[in-house]
Design a protein around this ligand. Structure first.
Ligand code: PEP
Ligand code: MG
Length: 755
């Protein structure tokens, strides 16, 4: 490297001194650009800072006209500096003026400089500004120089992120680092939460980035990489770890990266420019994030995520926190921010303090979402890079109705939301006032509304809402949030508590629905190409009947002297129902023989969620006592669109004639056979969809607790006959109708129906 002043390490050491000096922010920046220019033998060194308005402002320069500082402002789509900021990649040119993006700024006097090296100032993958050096001569900057400048940019990132430059800015043109952000994802759980960020996996704060002893730091890095490799090997060999499936795939990817020479070398090179081992890991991680955010290929993005996770592990190793993130006490009004998390992890927090949840991933029908809804926590998913965009303690608003998230909101936005929260509280009071009003439409049709549940925390909702009962109790949730198989006694206790809370109102227990997306952390996963279509739910129950038998026994015993209603998930053929029912009968006989108390009566049904049953409805309804429609799965299988995959989950409208006709066929068959049918998928939890379901004949719906009030209020105002008359011809129409949604929306609008 052509450095006159001792190379990048000396530069970093000098920078550290400047950082410690008690000078103004402007003086500090001015000193830094002088140091960099001298160290890199460049005539020019400039710092551009990204502002809240999305433009780049010259904050300091050595070599360009000083009078241009704070006056030169350029758009992010302008010039070489804009390109560096936009692409978050360095640009190195020996003849900058020949580059098509070059833009000439007379006030800076820069036309005499031919060579240009610009690097983004990055933090957690986000661009905060651009650092540039220029030379009069045509010269090619070496890889080492580019590397050194990127390292230096890290120090500037800390200055910008600290907020100390804000005092230098005009109002409305502050540095963007801590700007308010308005982000839109998908609404997962209704509600509005105002609070402060708690990172589910706190970022490891690297406090020391500049090395005192470079060979020592290289040793530390090498040692940490070795330990990391060994720990991945141990995890892969561990019998307790799911050996196949996704978990193993991730570990295999970790192992591959942990041995990747390119990755290790990039970190080692960063140390050689003068960073500590953790500083180097963070630098390379930030570059990876920046690339990931600009990547469209989902597979490559996933691999980048793995690499990001691995960098976090390495940081934990280096900072002595290898045991994983420690649980900390939550502040009041906590908004949990995570890439994703397990339902058990959410339940681990003190939920009385949680106001919201923001995820980079998440899906509307995932179990984390179901738990968030049960806990009444506003949740939004698919907010890209949210973990990198916020700092712990940042004020944030989660709008689980519209799917919006406001980070560091301006006061006017906050004011609007405070008002919204007040309004919602009033609406909830109004719903509560409807508690004892029977759900009967304006034209006199009674609609039976039940609740979906699965956890103890759901039970108070029965009394709060005044629901007719529990239309679906998902028994697998207890299994999913446990760290080991719940014993029969624990199952028995939960089922008893549920029946006690229902206090004579009907409860429909669904036997274990595991497999597919419902993974038990302590059970070995079986590698399957298509787990949703695989060995799951009743298939597993019939092939390995031990588990099903003991669950059925616990249910029968819990219902001693009371009524027990049971359904089996994922039944695809009538014979499967026969076999499952046989298991129930055998258990009844067993209990009777051993003198145990028995339920007063046992009703057995199916969860109708596999399309094959649509073609065996008569045979099925002859056998079952009642049916429950699982629209989440039925719609997923009908359209062959994975409910957990955001790219396709919302691609097909359940209000299309195809889906509604399928659902109507079921309701018609139930009526013909005089059997009761309840719809308990998420479809029933949305007022417009609930309206469509009633119009095609459903009189029993089972909803998530938060949906109860809005759906009930809609029914109380509804002229059901009128909407049925609208829907019937549309479903029979020969003309192609993509969806009934616009028709139903128009109906609701013209009749003033609250949706
Ligand atoms: C369904 O599939 O609609 C259903 C209610 O069950 P789950 O969401 O638990 O699969
Ligand atoms: Mg289902």
């Amino acid at each position: 490297m052509r450095s006159a002043l001792g190379g990048p390490r000396v530069l970093l050491r000098r920078l550290r001194e400047v950082m410690a000096e008690p000078v103004s922010a402007q003086d500090r920046l001015d000193k830094i650009v002088v140091l960099i220019a001298a160290n890199m033998v460049a005539e020019v060194c400039s710092v551009y800072v990204l502002r809240v308005d999305g433009t780049l402002e010259l904050y300091a320069t050595e070599g360009l006209n000083r009078s241009a500082v704070h006056l030169t402002v350029m758009r992010i789509d302008e010039g070489l500096v804009g390109t560096v900021a936009r692409e978050a990649e360095p640009i190195s040119l020996s003849n900058a003026q020949a580059h098509p993006a070059f833009s000439y700024r007379p006030e800076t006097g820069e036309e005499i400089y031919h060579s240009f090296l610009g690097v983004p100032i990055l933090r957690a993958g986000n661009t905060l500004g651009v650092l540039v050096v220029q030379n009069r001569a045509h010269r090619s900057y070496t890889e080492e120089e580019i590397e050194a400048l990127q390292t230096t940019a890290m120090v500037l990132a800390e200055i910008i992120a600290s907020g100390e430059l804000t005092a230098l800015a005009l109002p409305g043109a502050e540095p963007a680092a801590r700007r308010p952000l308005h982000l839109t994802g998908s609404a997962l759980s209704e509600g509005i939460g105002l609070g402060h960020v708690v990172l589910h996996e706190p970022r490891i704060e690297v406090t020391k980035v500049i090395a005192d002893d470079v060979p020592g730091e290289l040793d530390r890095l090498d040692h940490a990489v070795e330990t990391l490799r060994a720990s991945i090997d141990t995890m892969l060999e561990d019998e307790g770890v799911a050996r196949v499936g996704e978990h193993r795939e991730i570990l295999e990817a970790y192992r591959m990266f942990a041995h990747d020479r390119g990755w290790i070398n990039r970190m080692r090179e960063a140390v050689m420019t003068g960073l500590t081992a953790e500083g180097a890991v963070e630098r390379v991680q930030s570059d990876t994030r920046a690339r990931m955010l600009r990547m469209t290929d989902p597979y490559l993005r996933e691999r980048m995520h793995d690499l990001d996770d691995l960098a976090n592990r390495l940081l934990r190793q280096l900072t002595g926190r290898a045991g994983g993130p420690e649980k900390m006490a939550l502040p009041d009004n906590a908004i949990i921010v995570a890439r994703n998390m397990s339902p058990a992890a959410l339940l681990d927090y003190d939920r009385t303090r949680i106001r919201g949840l923001v995820l980079e991933e998440g899906a509307a029908t995932s179990h984390l979402t179901i738990v968030a809804r049960a806990l009444n926590i506003a949740a939004v998913g698919h907010i890209e890079n949210i973990v990198g965009l916020v700092d712990a303690g940042d004020p944030v608003i989660v709008d689980g109705v519209s799917g919006e998230v406001h980070v560091r909101p301006p006061t006017d936005v906050e004011g609007v939301y405070v008002e919204k929260v007040r309004f919602r509280a009033k609406r909830l009071e109004q719903y509560a006032a409807l508690r004892d009003v029977p759900t009967v439409t304006r034209d006199g049709v009674a609609i039976d509304l039940h609740l979906n549940a699965g956890l103890l925390v759901d039970l108070p909702h029965i009394d709060e809402t005044g629901a007719s009962g529990i239309g679906l109790f998902r028994t697998e949730l207890q299994f999913m949030i446990a760290s080991a198989f719940p014993r029969t006694n624990e199952q028995l206790k939960l089922y008893r508590a549920v029946l006690d809370a229902a206090d004579g109102r009907p409860v429909v227990f669904r036997t274990l629905d595991i497999g597919g997306d419902k993974v038990l952390p302590y059970m070995r996963a079986i590698e399957e190409e298509n787990p949703a279509l695989g060995w799951r739910a009743i298939r597993l129950g019939l092939d390995r009947p031990g588990l099903l038998r003991s669950q059925v026994r616990a249910l029968l015993r819990a219902a001693n002297g009371r009524e027990l209603r049971l359904i089996f998930p994922m039944v695809a053929a009538v014979e499967e129902f026969d076999r499952a029912r046989h298991i129930v009968e055998r258990e009844l006989t067993h209990l009777r023989r051993h003198g145990h108390g028995l339920p007063e009566r046992v009703l057995v049904g199916v969860m109708l969620e596999v399309p094959s049953l649509l073609f065996q409805l008569d045979a099925l309804f002859e056998r079952i006592d009642f049916a429950s429609v699982g629209s989440n799965d039925l719609v997923q299988f009908l359209f062959a669109a994975d409910r957990g995959n955001p790219r396709v989950a919302d691609r097909f409208d359940p209000l299309s004639p195809a889906a509604l006709n399928a659902l109507k066929t079921i309701a018609d068959a139930a009526e013909r056979h005089g059997k009761s049918v309840t719809l308990c998928g998420e479809l029933a939890s949305r007022p417009l969809e609930a309206l469509a379901l009633a119009a095609i004949g459903y009189r029993k719906l089972s909803l998530s607790p938060a949906a109860y009030g809005p759906v009930k209020a809609m029914f109380l105002d509804l002229d059901l006959g009128a909407v049925a008359r609208l829907v019937e011809p549309l479903l029979k129409s020969e003309a192609h109708i993509a969806s009934l949604r616009p028709h139903l929306k128009a109906f609701a609008e013209t009749t003033g129906l609250p949706l």
